[in-house]
Ligand binder design. Structure first.
Ligand code: ZN
Ligand code: ZN
Length: 133
């Protein structure tokens, strides 16, 4: 059994798997703060677009794509067909929160890089879509 003084409150405590450098109480406080910080950076399910409205929109769009309605990826401007994997993307700069279909690969993977998607890019994709070669 190892005993050592807590980093925070200096009280001597028994070292366990969970409590290595802080006593039980301080460890709990520390973990809570850490989780809170992590959650603060993580968008809520609503912001991530997985609310019921999003699901309904996606289902509606899926049916239209399945039916053969032309659909274009807002990121690259290329067509999305029913045999492709796509998602309803969240246009970062779209203040209305409108969601647009996009290819999961490679287009959607860029979502992970903050700030990559700008309104200018979106407009360029839109222009390309309006004037296909
Ligand atoms: Zn402590
Ligand atoms: Zn695309």
């Amino acid at each position: 059994m190892t005993r050592r003084p807590c980093l925070v409150c200096r009280r001597v405590f028994m070292v366990t798997k969970v409590c290595k450098s802080r006593c039980e109480g301080c460890q709990r406080t520390y973990d809570q703060a850490r989780y809170a910080a992590r959650d603060a950076h993580r968008p809520s399910p609503r912001e991530r677009g997985y609310d019921s409205r999003h699901r309904a929109l996606r289902e509606e769009r899926r049916q239209r794509i399945e039916a053969g309605e032309p659909c274009f990826c807002w990121r690259c401007g290329l067509p999305i067909t029913k045999d492709m994997t796509w998602a309803l993307g969240h246009v970062r700069d779209d203040r209305n929160g409108v969601r647009h279909p996009e290819h999961v690969n490679p287009c959607n993977s860029r979502t992970l890089e903050p700030g990559r998607i700008t309104e200018a890019k979106w407009r360029a994709a839109k222009a390309r879509r309006a004037n296909p070669r």
